[in-house]
Structures are given as structure tokens and as C-alpha cells.
Design a protein around this ligand. Structure first.
Ligand code: ADP
Ligand SMILES: Nc1ccn([C@@H]2O[C@H](COP(=O)(O)O)[C@@H](O)[C@H]2O)c(=O)n1
Length: 207
């Protein structure tokens, strides 16, 4: 199994780039894991308490579970991974079945932070967009999809998102094999990677 890590700051376009790659590859050959699936279960907290959690700090993610599930996939076993609601800000009761395939893409702002996870990747991509553009994309998404209001979104960005990006995300840029630009209305070029992965699949099969 080839494991590809995709990281970069919030709003840089990780999901967009991963979707592009998945669309270019046979669906039986690729599965995707998002770091977001592994936000810790905060079901024991009130909505008010959850809204004060720092969701950009590595401690907010259950990296132990994430690592053990990736290792299960590597061992050829399917996993039931947790599902997360951004609106409820906690884990949902349902799980998502993911089967092992030839290529596993793992994406998230902090996936290059824990050395044990970083070292599992055969290829590391860091997606890059201007900071102001990332902020604008994020605000639009927070308001339209994640149930945040404007004040909450601005406050979180100032107090948590930006300082945590500087402390935990930006320093991992240098460990990436490739920096992939994804500027405003200039979609990232991922054709080179799709071609490389297609030839890998042809040589080694889909599972
Ligand atoms: N090159 C681009 N130009 C304009 N908007 C983009 C571009 N890439 C992504 N977006 C938009 O920005 C938002 C955040 O992108 P997304 O892929 O979800 O980022 P991430 O997963 O890194 O947080 C989405 O609404 C997406 O459609
Ligand atoms: N309840 C939550 C949990 C996380 N976030 C934000 O999501 C960002 C990471 O996801 P991306 O798709 O943007 O990479 C992270 O910056 C958290 O602040 C949230 O808003 N609410």
C-alpha cells in the first residue's frame, strides 16, 4: 500500500486536491482518511464547553486511534473509522467502513506533526495558498457549512487558528516532498501525480 500524506493550513485546498486525485484514479484503487474523522469524542461536554476547545492543537486529535487504524489498513484489514460533525463539534454515533486499497491518502492540517504518523508516508504533499486567501475561503466555509457565525469565526481565527498554524503546521512544510501551489482560481496541478499513481497501479495492481 502506498500512503500519501496531504497537509497545509486550513482552507489551502487539501480536500479539493484530494478530490481531484481521487477523480483521476480508479475508485477501487484509492481510499481517503481525513484527520477530521479523528477529532476526540467530546460527547461528555456541553455545546458551550465544546465551543471553547482548541481544535487546532495536536491534543484535539486522537492520533493513537488514527495510527492504529492506518496500520490495520496496511495489514490488509478494513476499518470502521469514526465520523465527526463540525456543527455538533463532536463524534457521531455512526462509523464509516474503509477497506484497504492500493493507495491510501491521509489529509489534515496536523498529519505531518506526529513523527510516528509522518514516517508512515511514502509521499508528502504540502498544499499552499496565500494566507489571506485561506482565511477568506475558511470564513465562507465556516458560515455556510460548519454552523459558525461571523464573530465566532473571526475570534477563533485570531486566538487559535493562526497561532496554532504558526506553531504546528508551518514548521512541517519543510518535511514535504512537494509543495503544491493552489492559488485563488488557479487550481493545483496534480496531473503529474495522477499519472505517476496510475502507472504504479498498472504495475502493482489495485490491491
Ligand atoms: N484554487 C482555488 N480557488 C478558489 N477556491 C478554492 C480553490 N481551492 C479550493 N477552494 C475553495 O476553498 C474552500 C476550502 O477548500 P478545501 O479544499 O476545503 O480546503 P482545506 O481542506 O485545506 O481546508 C472550498 O470552498 C474550496 O472550494
Ligand atoms: N469543531 C471544529 C473542529 C475543527 N474546526 C476547524 O477545522 C480546521 C481543520 O479543517 P480544514 O478542513 O480547514 O483543514 C481547523 O483549523 C479547526 O479550527 C472547526 O472549525 N470546528
Amino acid at each position: 500500500m502506498l500512503i500519501i500524506g496531504v497537509s497545509g493550513g486550513t482552507g489551502c485546498g487539501k480536500t479539493t486536491v484530494v478530490d481531484q486525485l481521487v477523480a483521476d484514479l480508479p475508485k477501487e484503487a484509492v481510499s481517503v482518511l481525513s484527520q477530521d474523522f479523528y477529532y476526540k469524542d467530546l460527547g461528555h461536554m456541553s455545546r458551550e464547553e465544546r465551543s471553547r476547545v482548541n481544535f487546532d492543537h495536536p491534543d484535539s486529535i486522537d492520533f493513537d486511534l488514527m495510527l492504529s487504524q492506518i496500520k490495520e489498513l496496511q495489514a490488509g484489514k478494513g476499518i470502521d473509522c469514526p465520523c465527526y460533525s463540525f456543527v455538533e463539534e463532536t463524534r457521531l454515533a455512526e462509523t464509516l467502513r474503509i477497506e484497504p486499497k492500493a493507495i491510501l491518502i491521509v489529509e489534515g492540517i496536523l498529519v505531518f506533526h506526529p513523527p510516528a504518523l509522518r514516517d508512515l508516508f511514502n509521499l508528502k504533499l504540502f498544499i499552499e495558498a496565500d494566507t489571506d486567501e485561506r482565511l477568506l475561503r475558511r470564513m465562507r466555509r465556516d458560515l455556510s457549512e460548519r454552523g459558525h457565525d461571523l464573530d465566532k469565526s473571526i475570534q477563533r481565527y485570531r486566538e487559535v487558528v493562526k497561532p496554532m498554524y504558526d506553531a504546528f503546521v508551518a514548521p512541517t512544510r519543510s518535511c514535504a516532498d512537494f509543495i503544491v501551489p493552489n492559488y485563488d482560481h488557479k487550481p493545483a496541478n496534480t496531473r503529474w501525480l495522477s499519472r505517476m499513481l496510475q502507472s504504479e497501479i498498472q504495475q502493482h495492481g489495485v490491491s
